[in-house]
Design a protein around this ligand. Structure first.
Ligand code: CA
Ligand code: CA
Ligand code: CA
Ligand code: CA
Length: 503
């Protein structure tokens, strides 16, 4: 299970140090690439809104990035999707044998956890089925990666990508969380880098929590829709108050391991159906969406591409697709870095949403900027920190350098090699010293701003048990000291208020 302690609004999105040491310049989006697909004009508004044509100047995706769509299934014979569907190369089809020994027999294109078979293409449709649910997975898949620039229908955010369909939702739009947990494990174990999830519920399930956290720890990014309960008079739309899952699974964790997605309209205003609050990390268009649909005219599914679709369901795959585009540029980036790139590059839309400031995550997805950030990051050498204790006539300072460039000298008041300890963590330099039977703490950010001065660490008299971890708010506004030994106690200091609590 994941550890949970304090949650203070927005969390760290990492890469802060890179911005400190190297300045990233976003090139202005004058270049733009437009695909030749005939239905693309129906998609150009929402793709333009997120800077997709600018991203496409640099990358249109790659089949080496696998995105799992855990949903009702995908129409894998669809003419604009079939070339971008995952194929299990280690499995021989139709021989009744689990050739790749992954626990699933003849799983050529994914697995169906609802009927427990290898049919993930919605081949059997019944009259009672909800047509919205039947189309759902195919619409999502088309946004992530309908083949682009092939003169057929529309384009996905990735023109090339590998979509792994995993069926865990039935044709009525419902499902069993235990199946979703197995679907997540399946996606991770079979090579997905990103998981797109467009369903919510009010309950959670330990196996699903564990599976998604395991995914994140293995570098797989879960991208999850917020839900659509605003204006349905249920009063459940504020996720800070009423948790929904899986979008809020990380809400009590100091780590951000679920990328929660809300919906905006074409003017960047929170959609009137979209849930919001502290579980949201980013917003993306979820209105007037056009994409591929399930094509089965014998069952009345006569349109292979249509809209307009509305819902946070469609915002999430745009973010998942954006993560895949970024990964096509930086294949070495895992969940944490992909999330960081998307959040750092998002456009702040708080000003357009009075009353919802901070409730829509870091802003509206800007995949154009995210891809440029990824491209430019390739020119940045990996950061290595060097520290050096400087003794200037009994006055000590710690010099922090990175890649040979001096960042800052931190004066170490009352330094002694035996009774002082310093720690570097995220964007903070923490200095603790033992004096008069007390532990006194000073904290600076790496720009040299003093964040905490002469703070007496409560209940601690020895330096040896001190470790520092950071808990993030809008800035690194809390630090955490873990006290080891017989009592595993944590002291959490909120830097702005200088208050503290013991857990
Ligand atoms: Ca198999
Ligand atoms: Ca087989
Ligand atoms: Ca196409
Ligand atoms: Ca989150």
């Amino acid at each position: 299970m994941f550890k949970s302690y304090l949650r203070l609004g927005k969390k760290s999105i990492g890469l802060g140090l890179i911005a400190l040491i190297f300045s990233l310049s976003f090139t202005s989006g004058v270049l733009a690439k437009i695909p030749n697909d005939p239905k693309f004009p129906l998609q150009s508004d929402f793709y333009g809104q997120i800077g997709a044509p600018e991203a496409w100047e640099y990358t249109t995706g790659t089949s080496s990035v696998v995105v799992a769509v855990i949903d009702v299934g995908v129409d894998i014979t669809h003419e604009d999707l079939k070339n971008n569907i995952w194929k299990n190369s280690k499995e021989l089809p139709g021989n009744g044998i689990d050739d790749d020994n992954n626990g699933y027999v003849d799983d050529i294109h994914g697995w169906n956890f609802v009927e427990n078979n290898n049919d993930i293409s919605l081949s059997v449709i019944k009259e009672v089925d909800d047509s919205g649910a039947v189309n759902h997975g195919t619409v999502l898949a088309g946004l992530i990666g309908a083949q682009g620039n092939n003169e057929i229908l529309g384009a996905g955010l990735n023109w090339d990508v590998t979509i792994m369909p995993v069926r865990a939702i039935d044709n009525a739009g419902g499902g069993v969380l235990a199946n979703v947990a197995k679907a997540v494990d399946y996606a991770v174990n079979n090579g997905a880098s990103i998981i797109s999830i467009s369903f919510v519920g009010f309950v959670t399930y330990p196996d699903l929590t564990d599976a998604l956290y395991r995914a994140y720890q293995k570098g797989v990014l879960p991208v999850v829709a917020a839900g659509n309960s605003r204006n349905d008079s249920s009063g459940n739309e504020n996720l800070t108050k009423v948790k929904q899952y899986p979008v809020c699974l990380d809400s009590d964790s100091s780590e951000n391991w679920i990328l929660g997605v809300a919906s905006v309209d074409l003017q960047d205003r929170l959609s009137d159906f979209a849930d919001y609050g502290s579980c949201i990390d980013i917003s993306a268009p979820g209105e007037k969406i056009f994409s591929t649909q399930k094509y089965a005219p014998q069952y009345g599914y006569t349109k292979d591409f249509d809209g307009a679709w509305y819902g946070t369901s469609f915002s999430a795959p745009l973010v998942a697709g954006a993560a895949a585009l970024v990964k096509s540029v930086r294949p070495d980036w895992k969940a944490k870095e992909l999330m960081s790139a998307l959040l750092r590059s998002a456009d702040d839309v708080d000003g357009l949403n009075p009353g919802f400031a901070g409730q829509m995550g870091y802003g509206r997805l800007n995949v154009g900027k995210a891809v440029v950030l990824a491209v430019e990051s390739k020119n940045i050498p990996p950061i290595t920190f060097e520290t050096k204790l400087i003794n200037q006539k009994k006055s000590y300072a710690m010099r922090i350098s990175a890649n040979g460039k001096v960042l800052q000298d931190f004066p170490l008041f009352g330094y002694s090699s035996k009774f002082s300890k310093w720690m570097l963590k995220d964007d903070l330099f923490v200095y603790a010293r033992f004096s008069n039977n007390k532990i006194i703490v000073d904290v600076w950010d790496l720009s040299g701003n003093k964040k905490l001065s002469n703070f007496v660490l409560p209940g601690m008299t020895g330096l040896s048990g001190i470790e520092v971890d950071t808990v993030w708010g809008d800035s690194p506004n809390a630090i955490l000291f873990a006290k080891k030994g017989k009592v595993n106690q944590k002291i959490i200091i909120d830097i702005p208020s200088k208050s503290w609590k013991v857990e």
